[in-house]
Design a binder for this molecule. Structure first.
Ligand SMILES: Nc1nc2[nH]cc(C(=O)O)c2c(=O)[nH]1
Ligand code: SF4
Ligand SMILES: [Mg+2]
Length: 204
């Protein structure tokens, strides 16, 4: 079993999406198959840790939930082995992914964040079922079309828009306007707001 590239492991509260406020141990993997212009993670800066070292570290925290994130965690060939061990230890395991690769089926909660900037890469992406879809609102004429295409492509329980954050500023108005556009003519509010509350609250 080779080592895993790990940027950081920490306990915090899920800051965004349906599980906002859930205590969780975050395992952040290095590496990504995208390079989003507004990415907030230095995923090229990682240490190599063994499966045992990761589990030992995880066991020092109190939370019962794990959030596997990155970077892009689905790039890890041996992710199923890690997830299996975490589940044997009784953890609820969630993942944050960009949705370009399939997700190990034993993972309990899938949050997928498809990126408008790389729309064409999603035409043949394998991920078609998730718990939540969360799209970062980029300034683009046809972002509504992208959101509707992802709604068609990925069957999820919930659909969110998240304002893009750059240099401490969140673009809220374009997000609200896009929510209005996507929910226009529907009687349910299918598209909802997700804020990166951890950034506003200054927690990890
Ligand atoms: N509090 C907190 N919640 C998060 N949810 C997703 C995160 C991520 O970086 O993937 C994240 C993060 O970095 N911090
Ligand atoms: S997919 Fe996520 S981790 Fe990768 S570059 Fe985009 S924002 Fe950063
Ligand atoms: Mg983050």
């Amino acid at each position: 079993m080779p080592n895993f590239p790990i940027v950081e492991i920490f306990q915090s509260l899920q800051g965004e999406g349906y599980n906002t406020g859930m205590p969780a141990i975050f395992i952040r993997f290095g590496g990504c198959n995208l390079r989003c212009p507004w990415c907030d993670t230095n995923f090229d800066n990682f240490q190599k840790l063994s499966l045992t070292a990761i589990l030992t570290r995880v066991l020092t925290y109190s939370a019962k939930n794990i959030i596997i994130t990155g970077g892009e965690p689905t790039l890890q060939k041996y992710l199923p082995e890690l997830v299996t061990r975490l589940k044997q230890l009784g953890y609820y395991v969630a993942i944050e992914t960009n949705g370009l690769k399939s997700v190990y089926s034993e993972i309990d909660y899938i949050a997928v964040s498809p990126k408008y900037h790389y729309w064409r890469r999603y035409h043949d992406a394998p991920l078609i079922k998730a718990d939540e879809v969360r799209i970062v609102v980029e300034e683009a004429k046809d972002i509504a079309e992208f959101c509707l295409a992802m709604e068609q492509r990925i069957e999820a329980k919930r659909y969110y828009l998240s304002p893009c954050e750059q240099n401490g500023q969140m673009a809220l108005l374009p997000t609200l306007e896009l929510l209005g556009k996507l929910n226009q003519g529907r009687q349910n509010n299918k598209w909802q707001l997700s804020i990166q509350t951890h950034k506003l609250a200054n927690i990890e």
